[in-house]
Design a protein around this ligand. Sequence first.
Ligand code: ADP
Ligand code: MG
Length: 673
Amino acid sequence: MEIEPAEEVKEPPRIHRLDESVVNRIAAGEVIQRPVSAVKELVENSLDASSTSISVLVKDGGLKLIQVSDDGHGIRYEDLPILCERHTTSKLSKYEDLQSIKSMGFRGEALASMTYVGHVTVTTITRGQLHGYRVSYRDGVMENEPKACAAVKGTQIVIENLFYNMVARRKTLQNSADDYTKIVDLLSRFAIHHIDVSFSCRKHGAARADVHSVATPSRLNAIRSVYGLSVAQNLIKIEASDNDPSSSVFEMDGFISNSNYVAKKTTMVLFINDRLVECTALKRALEVVYVATLPKASKPFIYMSITLPPEHVDVNVHPTKREVSLLNQEVIVEKIQSVVESVLRNSNESRTFQEQTVEATPSVPSVTNNDLHLSPSPSGSKSQRVPVNKIVRTDSSDPAGRMHAYLYKNPQKYLGRDSSLTTVRSSVRQRRNLKETADLTSIQELINDIDRKCHSGLLDIVRQSTYIGMADDVFALLQHNTHLYLANVVNLSKELMYQQVLRRFAHFNAIQLSEPAPLQELIMLALKEEDSDLESNENDDLKKKIAEVEWEEEKNCFQSLAAALGNFYAMHPPMLPNPSGKGLEFYRKRKHGKHTQDGGNSCHVDGTAEEDEFEHELLSEAETAWAQREWSIQHVLFPSMRLFLKPPNSMASNGTFVRVASLEKLYKIFERC
Ligand code: ADP
Ligand code: MG
């Protein structure tokens, strides 16, 4: 007898053919991953059998019993012997049929798989038969001859003891109680798409069904009956299509939640060519739109049905058919994304009108009021204990200020801004992790100065407040806890830039000039140019002084440069008067001819008669400039301030921050009204 030394190389193991029952059980475990996958297959079979009513009964999360009954066309007696064999189907004959397949099933694997991991009993009756048949299956084959039995129209399939022979799977599933929830969720999804079919889903022993839908011609009705009024009343209809073979061919229709809808998780019910599928790319694309468009950090509810030519869809890419692959998926996703975006923007605009009518009644602080009963936010739930006038109804972590979204005047102008918003956010985030600055003592001293002079109260306001909107050309309104503040954006942006120049010193992109620029001359030129229309030379001396940069003293030099840059980049009001306030007058056409005609009397222009008499180009230029500034204030200035600004002590007393009201007091005033 030879004893092999332990370190000797092992012989390659022998390859052998697996027992068919092992193969089948392994395959079955992939198709039927958990109880909900069995329910999905069974319901899809019922839909394929043209049923108009499908009911599901579940015991023990589906592990003890899953029973699906339908009123479809039933199964022929002659087919029963092979019904549960692998790859037996009535839906497909040749591979090419997959190109135009309309049914959900096509592999002939589902029922077979169930018989390998559970006990399956089928009761069925076809049209014109006096009685039905009942037969049980194990491992793909009938356990006995079909027995005649009484039956109602259609088919009932019962699966008992799912995964009885897969110990590990059964154990993991027994520990998770959420399979019934998954089944309810599945049925809810089917119910709002197949609105001509009535669905019910009930737990064994429960008196009431958890899903109960009746056939209805209205999708919104179906959504209301399944997901409830709170969802249905906050939906907007959407539609999109494209018919350009060089880019994409599809039709889409659906419902998406509006800005009143509040949820922590996205619900995305997606059907592609009537198949319930998941598409992560589309889901993400739409979530991004919601984050960027709506003021509340709510996740959306989306029901969407997309139809494509069947040959553009590969249905055979996932064992449970959960995903499909589409021709030109990226183009389609992009198109749908932009439709959703503009629908949401417009819905924000329509809210503006709502808010305006509410605003007309003086006693109601409309936006706050609106937020109050619509958002079951953590602050709302505290309402029993915290006095109502002390509740803080804003959240400084909201991506955008709350009020702004209600006040969009001209949504078209903001289209295409989301991508810039995303870019801005990510670049802000990148800068957050900036390494420490250049190791120049002078710069370090200036930075230390900033840190030392930082006002902790103001710092808290800057970091924790919510941007509400612009109160006028220079002051933004902020809410911090229960206080309202006016903040001077010119001063703030000047200071922010000053600090940023110092902190990011040596981290800016540099341009190397081949010859040094004659700085002094250039600055003089610029200063003269700026004042040329005022024709005043008396400040020449001052200009010289400004132009003389103190190059010799490092610290002063950097400080004055940083201050000059801060001033240059500060968010000064645009040159053109603000057209949304009194500045509008500036854009009225001055009609000299007319003045003389009506006796030189018409310096006062009658608003109603001459509504259209504006310098339109100038007006629209001004509108754009002001809108852009406001956008930058909200989306760039305040987010950056939150991250980087150290407000100096001086800002507490020089009018940069002014506390205008305490909401507690305001609340009392409103209460009395
Ligand atoms: P597939 O759906 O891929 O064809 P299945 O294993 O799910 O494979 O079903 C096998 C066949 O059994 C189907 O093709 C269909 O003809 C028949 N069948 C299954 N369930 C039903 C049902 N509820 N009503 C009528 N026929 C059914
Ligand atoms: Mg099937």
